[in-house]
Design a protein around this ligand. Structure first.
Ligand code: ZN
Length: 471
């Protein structure tokens, strides 16, 4: 499911729940030509995983079923005929309009004014027909959109769309109006791409004499291109389906939190929300019409906040498959490693990169040892590494507590704070400016042999550098 569709579902869910309303799932499958095997399952899976639990729907029933439009097929003809009788719709025998796309191609209104005799003759001859909406030729149709405000459209710009196809199946444009009325839908929330169709829906409500629902159109979601410009969010910007984001290791609650902010601004400065907080704080007044820009960095930050809040046991279980440490020395140290990672990743798939240095020592620049804040130079680093190697070579207890005690003891002996002592150690162990965890964590994770090997290699690297300098 494209995150734009999920955002629409989320806003509908949040609005319904914030008003003590009901969130109804209806499957709109009248365009059988576009039917995709498995697509309905994706809808169920996505809504459930994202926590958008419907109160009524095909799987659980409710007062207004059936909730699958193709199963309601027999209900629509009556309403289409009602409009024909009222002069608001007409039979069209042009044998065009059975495909959903036909309604977008415009229609020359050939059958709009057929005589009663012509119609009856055609019917008697068994000619197939569709029923089209008779759009007023002049005047305007207006409504007050709860996000976009007052909107007025000239009726002359609208086409006589097909309502009922020749096989009796309604078009989406007709079925959604009839069903929204029959199901007592009060608020319609959808993407702004439907703004242009809305007058046709309103004219149908007027023709029936039904009360119109409130309309809430949501701003489009853009993505940022490499050159800084923006365009409609698509695959070239990154993963755009809920499923793909989940596969990359984003949490459903992180994705939901982030997409809630695409077009909606909370009243407070709060940015991290659980679903119940979203429900209590959501309001249509906070929805704006300016396009939203999908920002993967912000998504990562929001998701990282959610990851840092989940139960550590759950994190250990869910993050492990992403770590790819099976059969390595890190497997037995996952508890420790997971505790370091939980607050330091944006998504689960960040894990391999974060821990790669533990599995294989990267090449690094000797100047990483030089650090102003820790008063670390190549000379001081060499001296510290020598002492640490000597001390740890005879270290029997390789527990974190014992390592901390040993390092603290050495720092005290050298008249140093722990930071300046551990800087060169951490660099020699990781070859990185920043690591998940400090020197003691990494000493522990690597184990004695590998840790001492890396410390000696670090010392050798500094020694090489000094030789070069002397030349
Ligand atoms: Zn026609």
């Amino acid at each position: 499911m494209h995150i734009g569709n999920l955002r629409t579902a989320l806003f509908a869910y949040l609005f319904a729940k914030s008003q003590n309303g009901k969130f109804i799932l209806r499957i709109e499958d009248t365009d059988q030509g576009r039917y995709v095997e498995g697509a309905v399952d994706v809808i169920y899976d996505t809504l459930r995983t994202a926590g958008l639990i419907h109160d009524e729907g095909p799987d659980i029933g409710g007062d207004y079923g059936p909730y699958v439009q193709s199963e309601r097929k027999g209900m629509y003809r009556k309403y289409a005929e009602e409009l024909v009788a009222k002069g608001c719709a007409y039979y069209c025998f042009c044998q065009k309009g059975d495909k959903e796309s036909d309604s977008q191609e415009g229609y020359d209104r050939h059958c709009r004014n057929l005589s009663k005799e012509e119609i009856e003759a055609n019917l008697a001859a068994g000619k197939p027909y569709v029923i089209r909406q008779r759009i007023p030729l002049d005047g305007t149709t207006s409504w007050n959109d709860l996000v976009y405000g007052e909107i007025s459209v000239d009726n002359s710009t609208l086409d006589d769309q097909v309502l009922l196809k020749s096989d009796g199946m309604p078009t989406y444009n007709f079925a959604n109006v009839v069903d929204d009325h029959l199901m007592n839908i009060t608020h319609i929330i959808r993407g702004s791409e439907y703004l242009s169709s809305n007058p046709k829906y309103l004219l149908l409500y007027q023709a029936f004499g039904w009360e119109t629902p409130e309309y809430i159109h949501l701003p489009i979601i853009n993505g940022r291109n490499a050159d800084g410009s923006i365009s409609k969010l698509s695959k070239r910007h990154g993963a755009v389906s809920f499923q793909a984001l989940v596969e990359q290791g984003y949490l459903p609650e992180g994705i939901v939190n982030y997409i809630a902010l695409l077009g909606w601004s909370p009243k407070s400065e709060q940015e991290i929300f659980a679903m119940d907080e979203l429900i209590s704080q959501f309001s249509i007044a906070g929805v704006h019409k300016s396009p939203a820009v999908f920002d993967y960095q912000k998504l990562g930050w929001v998701n990282g906040q959610h990851i840092s809040r989940i139960d550590p046991q759950i994190f250990m279980r869910d993050a492990l498959p992403y770590a790819h440490i099976e059969g390595t020395f890190l497997e037995s140290k996952w508890t420790k490693l997971a505790s370091l990672l939980q607050s330091r990743i944006a998504k689960y798939s960040d894990i391999p990169e974060k821990i790669a240095f533990l599995l294989e020592m990267p090449e690094y620049d000797v100047n990483l040892f030089v650090n102003k804040k820790n008063k670390s130079t190549l000379e001081s680093s060499a001296s510290i590494l020598r002492q640490v190697i000597e001390r740890l070579s005879s270290q029997e207890d390789w527990s974190e507590e014992a390592l901390l005690a040993a390092m603290t003891d050495m720092a005290t002996g050298a008249g140093l704070k722990l930071g300046p002592l551990t800087w060169p150690v951490r660099i020699a162990l990781s070859g990185l400016m920043a690591t998940p965890g400090g020197a003691i964590d990494i000493l522990y994770l690597l184990g004695k042999d590998e840790a001492l090997r890396r410390l000696s290699d670090g010392l050798r690297l500094i020694g090489k550098e000094n030789l070069v300098d002397e030349k």
